[in-house]
Write a protein that binds this ligand. Structure first.
Ligand SMILES: [Zn+2]
Length: 219
């Protein structure tokens, strides 16, 4: 079993931008945020197939949302979660992008799909859960998903534009989430990660330290 590599946030951002660039999306030239066609990238650019099947692989660490079987170049979306996915398109897209993250980051020998870098030893399948406590490979796949669906340069530009129009409130963020086809929680997490904005209890702050200052001030 080989150990998966540590990747810095910067490296993950660059890998995601590279995938988009290879597909023909140049984030530096993009003037308005747009939804990333993640299904097309996965199916046409990487030749991976989607399959909707029930995965009743439940354990205490959470419901399995999806899985990837690298040797079959197949992503299985959990059919039992279909209602959730159709209700929350952003969650579905994020899950798909997460699976692509495993393929890009954790499958070593893509010709033969022999070496799957996984914490679960010889496991040839990644089962991906909705749990909040995740092993490092899962965190990396999540970070990749955020970075590809909400590319750093696009986010920086979008928030700078919003800031130039005045104070940013939640409706602007809902609008942005809709443009990007991501959930509001994924967007807020990404904005905090990039240190662009901090959202807490429906209030938008410039940064987490601004929020902390606010609390200190109130006391
Ligand atoms: Zn996963």
């Amino acid at each position: 079993m080989s150990k998966f590599p540590y990747l810095s946030p910067e490296q993950l951002e660059n890998i995601a931008l590279h995938v988009l660039y290879d597909f023909g999306i140049n984030c530096d030239e993009q003037s308005t945020p747009m939804a990333i066609p993640i299904e097309e990238i996965i199916e046409f650019h990487y030749g991976l197939d989607f399959s909707w099947e029930p995965i009743d692989h439940f354990d205490s660490s959470g419901v399995v949302m999806a899985a990837i079987i690298p040797s079959q170049k197949k992503i299985i979306m959990n059919d039992t979660q279909k209602d959730l996915f159709s209700e929350k398109i952003g969650t579905m897209k994020f899950t798909m992008a997460h699976e692509l993250g495993h393929w890009v980051l954790h499958v070593d020998d893509k010709e033969n799909q022999q070496t799957v870098l996984s914490l679960e030893g010889d496991s040839k399948v990644f089962y991906c859960r909705s749990s909040s406590v995740k092993p490092p490979v899962e965190i990396q796949a999540d970070m990749f998903a955020g970075a590809i669906l909400m590319p750093k340069p696009v986010m920086q530009k979008a928030i700078a534009n919003l800031k130039s129009t005045g104070k940013i409130a939640m409706p602007s963020l809902y609008w942005l989430a809709q443009l990007l086809n991501v959930s509001i929680s994924a967007l807020c997490y990404r904005l905090k990660q990039l240190d662009l904005l901090y959202v807490r209890d429906g209030q938008v702050y410039n940064s987490e330290s601004d929020f902390n200052g606010q609390i200190a001030f109130d006391f």
